[in-house]
Write a protein that binds this ligand. Structure first.
Ligand SMILES: C[S@@+](CC[C@H](N)C(=O)[O-])C[C@H]1O[C@@H](n2cnc3c(N)ncnc32)[C@H](O)[C@@H]1O
Length: 180
């Protein structure tokens, strides 16, 4: 799928994508600064979209590492399956609410999210955050990009430690919240 078709898909599904553009390289780098992907065994990404964050993760991933990408949009899933055919990358065309069904009891070193929490129904958001917290390894972290600073209050209900970072180098500027 070309970049313009991916963008068209993003605009056409605003009620589920919640964004007008995909994450910039600078934002992806900023998010991944707070991870140690190179030494991680299992990484989960929530809301793969065009694969911009996935690409950054894959560039750092060791051959022993595994990446599971959750995405509900069929066209994005199809496009990512073509873009990332590697055996250690799995595109899961299902809601992040079902994360536990795919982990089989394994724990993730990192969960990286670009989900539009601001527009997701409260029950769905709560379910995703509870299941993500429970899916993290003891030293694991959830790294969330969001356009809304106010979401910090919500994430604090689920995680005991939080750091908030910010970057202007994205359209719109974005927050990166590191939760554990
Ligand atoms: C803001 S876009 C982010 C896309 C890309 N990762 C980026 O950073 O540019 C959010 C993505 O989350 C997906 N999404 C929304 N709700 C979801 C859910 N419950 N489970 C999995 N993916 C979801 C949307 O289809 C969309 O592709």
């Amino acid at each position: 799928m070309s970049k313009s078709n991916l963008l068209l898909e993003l605009y056409s599904n605003l009620s589920t994508t919640g964004a007008l553009t995909f994450s910039s390289k600078a934002l992806v780098n900023k998010m991944l600064t707070y991870t140690d992907i190179e030494h991680a065994k299992l990484i989960v990404e929530l809301g793969g979209g065009d694969g911009s964050i996935s690409q950054g993760i894959i560039e750092r991933l060791s051959p022993e590492g595994e990446l599971l990408i959750f995405e509900i949009n069929q066209s994005f899933c199809h496009s990512m399956r073509k873009q990332f055919p590697q055996a250690n990358i799995k595109i899961i065309c299902d809601s992040a609410e079902n994360i536990d069904k795919y982990l089989g009891g394994r724990k993730a070193d990192y969960i990286v999210s670009s989900l539009p929490f601001i527009i997701l129904p409260k029950l769905v958001t709560d379910k995703i955050l509870i299941k993500s917290r429970d899916a993290l390894a003891p030293k694991g972290k959830m790294v969330i990009m969001t356009y809304s600073y106010h979401l910090k209050k919500l994430f604090k209900k689920f995680f005991s430690h939080m750091e908030v970072k910010f970057t202007f180098r994205n359209l719109p500027p974005a927050f990166v919240m590191i939760c554990h």
